[in-house]
Each structure stands twice: as C-alpha cells, then as structure tokens.
Design a protein around this ligand. Structure first.
Ligand SMILES: [Fe+2]
Length: 254
C-alpha cells in the first residue's frame, strides 16, 4: 500500500523533479505582455510565470518574437516590458529569476539588425535564439549561420524537430552542429503536441545526442496543461531524464 502510494506520488511529481533538478532554466517562451502571440497582458504573464515556477523552473529567459512584418519588436521594447513584468512579479512575491532575449526569425531584416548590432542576445554568452521558416528551408542557411558566428554570436536553432523539410534529410541537423549551431528541443514535441512525425524527429535528435538545450516555447495556458501531462508519460520522461541538457549553465547559482 505504502509503495503504491509512494510510486503514485513520485509519478505525480516526475515533471517537476525533472524541471527543477535537471533543467532549472527555461530558455524559450513568450511571456512578455502584448508584444507577440504569447501572453496578452501583465496579469496573464504573472499567471504563466507563477505556474512555471510551481512546475520547477528557477529562472526564465523569455524570448518574444522579432519578425519585422508580424512582430516588429526591438531590444528597447523588450527591456521595457521585462522591467514591468519583473516589478509586478516582485510585488506578487515570485522568487523566480526573469531575463529576456528574443526569438529571431531569420530573414533579410535579421541580417540588417545584425549589421547594425541592434540585437538583444542572451545575457551570457552571446547566444541568439534563431527561428527558421516552417514551410521551406532557407536557400542560404549556411551563409545565415556564418553571418552570426563571424560577429561572435552562437546561434541556438529553435525547435529543429518542427522543420518538416529536414525530416527526410536528417544529415542537415548534424550539418548545423558542424557549422557551430546549438539545437533546442521544444519539450512539447516529445509529448506529441505538434504531431507524431515531429515527435519521431525529436526522438531521433535525442537518440543521436544532437540537442544542447530544452525549452517550453510556452505561449499560453494550453501549453502548460500539455507540459504537465508529460508526468504520466513514462517512456517519454525516461528519454528526457537520461539526456544531458545544458540549460543549467544559464543559472548563476548552480
Ligand atoms: Fe517560440
């Protein structure tokens, strides 16, 4: 009876244990109010941030979109919103650390921002979270990577498993690593949120040790619900738990 109770308890807490001990820092989310397709207002931001704290994270590096035609954000806008949310989080008594960078859509506009050094990279080191088109690959993606690395930035490719055009040529992922990119898994890909083919690709990348980081890419409460569901998925949790993600490196107290 006791062991049944114990196993049920640990099963319930499995995602919390994984996030609080092995991940610690979420490096991809959309939690700043009203500037992209994530949180619409400060109240929602605080709710999502508190939930992420409750589920085990000790620090969030949130990453609003910068994509000029759709989300024309700037480092100034992002820093201003971060300051508002940080202050509100302190007032609410939240302990979680908050920082911000951006998820950059890689296009000609991004190249211009790079040339002007108008970038909000990760605080330390100079990482850039980079998003590629979903429908078709960039013709010159190697050149785009080089544009970043020659300026001393290291690209973190956001959710590579979601780029279906590479599913049939997975050597592209190893090529990105050879070019100096780091790869970030969307944790909900393993839960199956984006579909079975994307889950299979994420498993392939895990098994071949090609990921460096994991992120929630959290936009709203539905994502939170699916994240919590992972606790009941023993095989998927095992895959995640045995992987050596590097997120903790962003946590100063670790
Ligand atoms: Fe994202």
């Amino acid at each position: 009876m006791f062991s049944f109770f114990k196993s049920k308890q640990s099963k319930q807490n499995r995602i919390i244990e994984f996030l609080s001990n092995q991940v610690v820092v979420d490096i991809h989310s959309h939690l700043l109010p009203g500037i992209d397709d994530g949180s619409p207002d400060t109240e929602t931001s605080l709710f999502l941030i508190e939930e992420l704290q409750n589920i085990g994270f000790k620090k969030l590096i949130t990453t609003p979109h910068i994509r000029m035609e759709v989300y024309p954000n700037t480092p100034t806008i992002i820093r201003e919103k971060l300051a508002i949310v940080k202050e509100a989080a302190i007032q609410k008594g939240l302990k979680i650390e908050l920082e911000a960078s951006s998820e950059y859509y890689i296009d000609d506009n991004f190249t211009e921002l790079l040339q002007n050094e108008d970038i909000i990279p990760f605080p330390q080191p100079r990482y850039i979270l980079a998003e590629y088109p979903m429908i078709a690959p960039l013709m010159n993606f190697e050149q785009r990577v080089f544009e970043m690395t020659k300026r001393g930035y290291t690209p973190i490719i956001a959710h590579p498993e979601r780029y279906r055009y590479w599913h049939k040529s997975p050597e592209a992922f190893a090529r990105l690593k050879d070019l100096g990119c780091l790869l970030q898994l969307n944790i909900l890909a393993i839960e199956g949120y984006y579909g079975p083919d994307i889950k299979d690709c994420a498993k392939y990348l895990l098994k071949n040790n090609l990921y460096d980081f994991v992120g929630t890419d959290l936009h709203h409460e539905r994502h939170l619900g699916r994240l919590k569901k992972l606790t009941e998925m023993s095989k998927e949790m095992q895959l995640l738990e045995k992987y050596d993600f590097k997120n903790k490196n962003f946590f100063s107290n670790s």
